[in-house]
Ligand binder design. Structure first.
Ligand code: GDP
Ligand code: IMO
Ligand code: MG
Length: 430
């Protein structure tokens, strides 16, 4: 029986999921996104060109592979068509191999407005949302008020839109949020809403399917499927650093609900992590660096948000968090990204434990932002050399091999892929 393999992030997002999904795509017939929305920014670089995808699965650059936007994803049609148009302008025909679930929920312009109003109301306790309307859209989904892709061709669509919009505007007014000068991708609310409706018309021309049936039938026919995660485990709504999380289940369990796949049909689970850590937006980050090493990671790793351009917070690799993520996801195989960013460091630290009052914490803390939590570090020798000449795992410097072995031993899983640069080709596989 064919099963669905999974690639998902083990940290706070931006691990390099886009790059690796693109690298793995030739092995699969279908790539399927299962959660999140345009808060994601997945970067793919090849042939001197760079693409950032937000809603479209990262297998889109391989024409023979079908790409499915699953029911668990939320879609802003305006952003989806901006992405499609930019791929089209780059000479591709992305509509050909893109399929969209009829059950995926729509992000309305007022969901984005509400996101901004709610964040603004939080003042200093802001989540640092990407302001793409993620929280309000999932709230309406679970509150059973949402509009779905399958509703757009229904008679009642405009009426339901107006009703939901009125509810949202009422809430925005109640929050006292003045949006007269607020911009949505550079557009005023009215201009954005007009574009959004144009995109709704265009959406009707895409291949809209019952993706749960399509995926299960494809598996029955012997097709191979890879599920692509967005965000990362530490941003999961149940297990991340709540409330500084996103509003979906980013873990393996999300594949089942986000694609309509039985747990019995989950195959190999790839967990992806950076050789260090980053986080964008607010919330606890035990290994965060505020010194020149943090700056060096940010500059060397070009750690600026793919969706918002915000500088990412940087810190050392966090093994307690990584082990917790591995447990939650049932990871089989690890993928280590951005090893090259550690090249210039003479010494590298890894957090092996969290301590509180001098004692190791058992298990993973309920509240990561507890000020008493202190990371305990092991220091390892750096390799202090470029990885440019490496074409296989056998070529890597001994100090990097040692670093990888240490992680493997601690986590109890093999690191089967090591990424040493942003390009498709800069990937070492065992
Ligand atoms: P995603 O959200 O998980 O797909 O990751 P992002 O695309 O948001 O962020 C990853 C960033 O790191 C992008 O700018 C990639 O081009 C870049 N990147 C990916 N792998 C590597 C790597 O091995 N080395 C370096 N230096 N950059 C990488
Ligand atoms: P990819 O798929 C990194 C963060 C935001 C914010 C919090 C909630 O590229 O890894 P939201 O807009 O979801 O309400 O924001 O989650 N966040 C991400 N951080 N990578 C992402 O996606 C993210 N998507 C959301 O910065 O702190
Ligand atoms: Mg990203």
């Amino acid at each position: 029986m064919m099963k669905v393999d999974v690639i998902l992030g083990l940290q706070w997002g931006d691990e390099g999921k886009g790059k690796i999904v693109d690298v793995f795509t030739p092995k699969y017939d279908i790539i399927a996104r299962f959660q999140g929305g345009p808060n994601a920014g997945h970067t793919i670089i090849f042939g001197g060109r760079k693409f950032v995808l937000h809603t479209i699965p990262s297998g889109i650059f391989h024409r023979e592979t079908l790409n499915v936007i699953g029911n668990g994803v939320i879609i802003d049609p305006f952003i989806l068509f901006k992405e499609l148009d930019s791929l089209r302008n780059a000479g591709m025909e992305p509509e050909e191999n893109l399929l969209v679930s009829r059950r995926a929920h729509l992000i309305l312009p007022t969901h984005r407005l509400l996101d901004a109003a709610l964040e603004s109301e939080k003042g200093t306790s802001k989540i640092g949302s990407t302001l793409k309307g993620i929280g309000p859209t999932y709230t309406d989904k679970y509150g059973r008020n949402g509009l779905r892709v399958g509703n757009v061709s229904e008679h009642s669509f405009n009426l339901r839109y107006e009703q939901l919009k009125a509810t949202h505007l009422e809430a925005v007014r109640h929050l006292g949020f003045d949006y007269s000068s607020h911009l949505f991708d550079g557009l005023t609310f009215d201009a954005y809403e007009a574009k959004w409706f144009e995109s709704i018309q265009r959406l009707k021309g895409l291949k809209i399917i019952d993706s749960e049936t399509f995926l299960n039938e494809s598996l029955d026919q012997g097709k191979s499927v890879l599920a692509e995660g967005a965000q990362g485990t530490m941003l999961d709504v149940d297990f991340g650093s709540y409330p500084f999380v996103t509003s979906s289940n980013t873990i393996t369990a999300g594949v089942c609900s986000g694609l309509g796949i039985s747990p019995r049909k989950i195959g190999k689970i790839y967990g992806i992590f950076k050789a260090y850590c980053t986080r964008v937006g607010s919330g606890p980050f035990p290994t965060e660096l505020f010194d020149s090493d943090g700056e060096k990671l940010r500059a060397g790793g070009n750690e600026f948000g793919s969706t918002t351009g915000r500088p990412r917070r940087c810190g050392w690799l966090d093994l307690p968090a990584l082990k917790y993520s591995v447990m939650l996801n049932g990871v089989d195989s690890l993928i280590m990204m951005k090893a090259d960013v550690l090249n210039p460091f003479p010494a590298i630290k890894i957090c092996t434990n969290y301590q509180s009052d001098g004692l190791n914490l058992p298990g993973f803390p309920f509240d990561l932002s507890d000020e008493k939590i202190q990371p305990e570090y092991k220091e390892m020798k750096g390799w202090d050399t470029t990885l440019d000449g490496c074409t296989s795992v056998n070529d890597i410097p001994e100090a990097l091999a040692e670093y990888i072995r240490f992680v493997e031993n601690e986590v109890g899983l093999p690191v089967d892929t090591v990424s040493i640069g942003p390009d498709r080709l800069q990937t070492l596989q065992r």
